[in-house]
Design a protein around this ligand. Structure first.
Ligand SMILES: C[S@@+](CC[C@H](N)C(=O)[O-])C[C@H]1O[C@@H](n2cnc3c(N)ncnc32)[C@H](O)[C@@H]1O
Length: 146
């Protein structure tokens, strides 16, 4: 079990066992219903920030999108890789607010989702996070934050 140094992840590694089952139990459409009509229908590049065990990432990959699941907690990345092994998902160890690893790629995305993560960040972290997320959005991209 790794001690957490990433803001917002306190307690996640310690409780990963029970949380993994919970994350996998929420259906994508149920969660995204209010914005589902806004999601791109053509195949595009997607970044799922704070992907947990990758349920959303797997669903988006199954729709034909190229998906990166960004997740700082190793237990979630590992569970996600196992649970969604057939899905075409790239897993990246990185975190808000800096997004240093993904930012270093200097790549833009058509859709970025930040589902049930934002509440973990303090106000000043949100400011920094929003600035860094904005540099990752392609022109005309969609950002979904819950
Ligand atoms: C409530 S879970 C949501 C997981 C997934 N997005 C979902 O909707 O099922 C919050 C996730 O955010 C991640 N997280 C917490 N702090 C983070 C940070 N600073 N940067 C990126 N992810 C973070 C946690 O590790 C966890 O996977």
């Amino acid at each position: 079990m790794e001690p957490s140094t990433v803001p917002g992840t306190e307690g996640y590694a310690e409780n990963a066992g029970q949380l993994i089952a919970r994350y996998e139990s929420v259906a994508f459409l149920e969660k995204y219903r209010p914005v589902v009509h806004l999601l791109p229908t053509r195949a595009c590049s997607v970044l799922d920030i704070g992907a947990g065990t990758g349920g959303d990432a797997a669903c988006l990959a199954s729709l034909g999108h190229t998906v990166i699941a960004l997740e700082p907690v190793a237990a979630f990345r590992e569970a996600g890789m196992k649970a969604h092994a057939p899905a075409n998902i790239e897993w990246v160890n990185d975190s808000l607010p800096s997004l240093s690893a993904i930012g270093a790629r200097q790549t833009g995305y058509d859709l970025i989702v930040v589902a049930a993560v934002w509440m973990h960040l303090a106000a000043e972290e949100r400011m920094e996070a929003m600035g860094n997320i904005s540099t990752l959005l392609k022109p005309g991209a969609i950002l979904v934050i819950s």
